[in-house]
Structure formats: C-alpha cells, structure tokens
Design a protein around this ligand. Structure first.
Ligand code: HEM
Length: 258
C-alpha cells in the first residue's frame, strides 16, 4: 500500500527583499560634498595667499568677489551667499560622516586596537580622518560664521587685524593643519574608493596616489603657513591702527603707478 505522506505546508516562496538604495545614495552624497569642499579649499588657498604677491593683489581679489568690478560698488552680501552655500555643504558632509563615527567607548577601543594590530597605512589614515573630521566640527564654524557675518571686513588690513588684533591666528593655525590633513586624506580615499587613476596596476596606482597626496598636503601646508605669517606680520605692523580698512595705492595716490 502506498504510504501517504503527511500534508505539509508549502515552503514560503522566497521573494527578493526590495533593494535599499539609500546607503549608496548617502555615500555618493558624502563623496560629492567632500570633493566639492576639497576643491573649494584649493581655490580658497589660492585666493587667501594672494597676500604673498602684494596687499593690492589681495585687495583686488577681495573686491572682485564682492562684485565691485561688475556692479561698480562692493556688494559684500554676495560673499555671505557663497559662504552660506559652503556652510550648507559642510553641514551635509558632516552629518553624513556621523554615520561612520565610532559611537561609543567600546567601538573607539576596538578601532584603535584594530588599527594597531593591522599596521595598515590606509586603516591608520581612516583613523586620522575621523579625528581631524571631529576637530573640524568645532574649528570650521567659528571661521565660517565670521566670514558670513562680516564679509565687508575681508582685505589685507581687515584680515590681518582679525588674525592678530582679534586673536584669530591660533584658530587659523589649528584649522590649517586639520583641514589640509583631512582634505588630503579624503581626496586620496575618494580616488581609491571610486577607482580613479587606477591604470592597470592598482597596487602601483595606490602608491603613486599616496605620494601625490602627501606632496599636495606638504605644498598647501607650506603655502598656508607662509600666508599665515604674512597676515600676522601685517597685523602686528597695523595693530596701532587696527580696524582701519586698506586703501590700495592707486586710490590713495591716484598719480602713482602700481
Ligand atoms: C566661502 C567660504 C570662505 C571664505 C569667504 C573664506 C575666507 C577666508 C579669508 C578672507 C581668510 C583670511 C583670514 C581672514 O580674513 O580671517 C581665510 C583664512 C583661512 N580659511 Fe577661510 N574662507 C572660507 C571657508 C573656509 C573653510 C570651509 C575652511 C576650512 C574648513 C577655511 C579655512 C581657512 C584657513 C585654514 C585659513 C587660514 C589660511 C592660512 O593661514 O593660510 N576657510 N579664509
């Protein structure tokens, strides 16, 4: 006699879980905002370091961003607008980065032990990026807020007075090291993550990228330090008249060639 098999419920049909694209979207947004901020910092350093060419050069660039040469008068609100955009990018980038921060003591300890045990350059770099990123939470808003609220006080004497007479130089010194390390490591990690400049040999490419990363960081640190020293020297010299704006030579002595 044929044995009857007990009736069994059919196994549930496997349906593929809907693909959640949000982690990828957030990651891409973090990469894009980071890239935009890092590229902005290159332009920013070029603009700020025009003080090394001359005071008139820095004055001209500052008035250019206020639209003086388009509108016939400075409109500092334009600078506030640009700062607001940069501030917004910074906030989005920082918020997205928070997802990857170790969130409690155990995670911090594990990260440190893991980094020590691995002795792997790129893992250590990630640790530095977390530490410098955390410092940026506190350092960058102080600078961005003053740029946004007093855009009319950007210029050779105005900036130098802020550095020296208003005691901003320690903030800038810290910010310079932190942002150059963070930006350099960030760009390197972006290139590795998205496979830029990989060529046919990824290991050799990674080595090349790392050399380029350190060269760029060293260049921008040297440029930044030279710039900082230039503003501080002008600030010391101008301290007795702190608060007085810079008037370029062609406006104070119209007959004298620049
Ligand atoms: C649109 C936004 C920004 C504007 C208009 C701006 C403008 C300036 C100006 C005019 C200075 C000269 C000092 C002064 O006047 O106080 C300066 C210095 C500096 N800024 Fe910014 N900045 C902006 C965004 C940023 C951001 C996002 C960072 C980094 C997170 C940054 C980091 C620095 C550093 C490190 C210095 C010192 C430079 C040096 O010592 O060579 N700035 N910035």
């Amino acid at each position: 006699m044929k044995q009857q098999l007990p009736l069994q419920a059919a196994p549930p049909r496997r349906t593929a879980a809907p693909l959640n694209r949000w982690p990828a979207r957030l990651d891409l947004t973090q990469s894009l905002t980071g890239l935009a901020l890092a590229l902005f910092m290159w332009g920013h350093m070029a603009f700020v370091s025009t003080i090394l060419i001359s005071r008139d050069a820095m004055w001209t660039v500052s008035r250019f961003f206020e639209g003086t040469f388009f509108f016939g008068r400075p409109i500092p609100g334009l600078v506030s607008l640009v700062v607001a955009v940069i501030f917004a990018l910074f906030i989005v980038h920082a918020a997205l980065a928070l997802r990857k921060f170790p969130i409690n003591w155990r995670q911090w300890r594990e990260m440190r032990e893991h980094t020590r045990a691995l002795k792997h350059d790129d893992t250590s770099l990630w640790g530095w990026q977390v530490v410098t990123g955390y410092a940026l939470f506190f350092l960058a808003p102080a600078h961005l807020f003053v740029m946004m609220s007093r855009p009319d006080r950007i210029g050779p004497f105005e900036s130098a007075d802020r550095m020296w007479s208003d005691h901003y130089w320690p903030l800038y010194l810290l910010l310079l090291f932190v942002v150059e390390l963070h930006g350099g490591i960030g760009l390197y990690r972006l290139a590795v993550k998205w496979g830029w400049f990989q060529g046919t040999d990824p290991i050799a490419a990674r080595k090349r990228l790392k050399t380029l990363k350190w060269a760029l960081t060293a260049f921008f640190l040297a440029l930044g330090l030279a710039t900082l020293v230039a503003y501080v020297r002008i600030g010391i010299e101008h301290a007795p008249l702190a608060g007085q704006p810079y008037v370029p030579s062609h406006l104070s002595n119209p007959g004298v060639a620049r």
